[in-house]
Design a protein around this ligand. Sequence first.
Ligand code: F6P
Length: 342
Amino acid sequence: MRVGVLTGGGDCPGLNAVIRAVVRKGERDFGYEMVGILDGWSGLLDDRIMTLTVEECRGLLPRGGTIIGTSRYQPFMYDDGMARVRANLERNAIDALIVIGGEGTLSAASRVHEEGIPLVGVPKTIDNDVGGTERTFGFDTAVQIATDAIDRLHTTAESHNRVMVVEVMGRHVGHIATWAGMAGGATVTLVPEEPFDIDEVCDALTRRHGRGRYASIVVVAEGALPKKGTIEVQEPPVDQYGHKRLGGICNVVASEIEARTGFETRVTVLGHVQRGGTPTSLDRVLSTWFGVAAMEAVHDGKYGSMVAFRGGEVVTVPLADAVGSLNYTSPELLRTARTFFA
Ligand code: F6P
């Protein structure tokens, strides 16, 4: 049997660890041949693949990014997309696919599977927003990077009596903002799940500073939005894949804070730093567990499924269920975080 692996969407720490695990399990335990499809679905559309052996995957466990490349291209962007996918699978004698991606890549995987292609999904994203799984790999690393940054911002904020507004990733959900905000002792955290009221944010900062504290950290998820009718926010531009390019809400929040409170305010956008570099040990383990489970699912013919982390175990769930909904931040955790605001 010959199994193809592809990584789609934004990269994320732990992708290489999944590839390594898939190859190790497939080659050593099942005697399969493994190939990497280059640059996500795009490599399957244009017939670009590479062989993947245990030898070639040495040293991958701690390495960030993805050695097979990634993109946001999908077969359904083209009228002849599925025909090209079928032809290239046949030309390369690929019997099954392991598709590692976030909501966009996995939605495409679900449709490709409905077209009769045998595949298994693996959820990835630093945002941790994929439905059907409690956790995606990459999230823990991103939270650690954001927490380290917040720790550093505390000392400079205190030295200058400033408000520091830190923007983290999270287009639909506020997992990174909430976890890093709690871990870093944020004064206020703003998430996409709950539109914010800038007056409440400024009141919280004024209360805190009135108690003799002159520095604050405000953590903002890139997808956070103000309550309707409060402040104006521009529609973000859209990239070549039709994907909204977020980033910059922190500038709006910071200028409103400075104008309304008079506190000197600075912004930090963590951006792609959160996706780069080596995965944490937790993400290495989850990636490895997902990779082995995905290969086992292929071996067992569990096509149309996705590996998922639920209740402390890795299980398989139907891909269709996983892509139908998002994994939002727990309202209970958001309530707990609020105990420490201001
Ligand atoms: O992978 C998800 C994500 O990290 C989002 O939080 C972010 O909005 C997006 O990727 C940015 O991706 P890119 O700039 O690579 O298109």
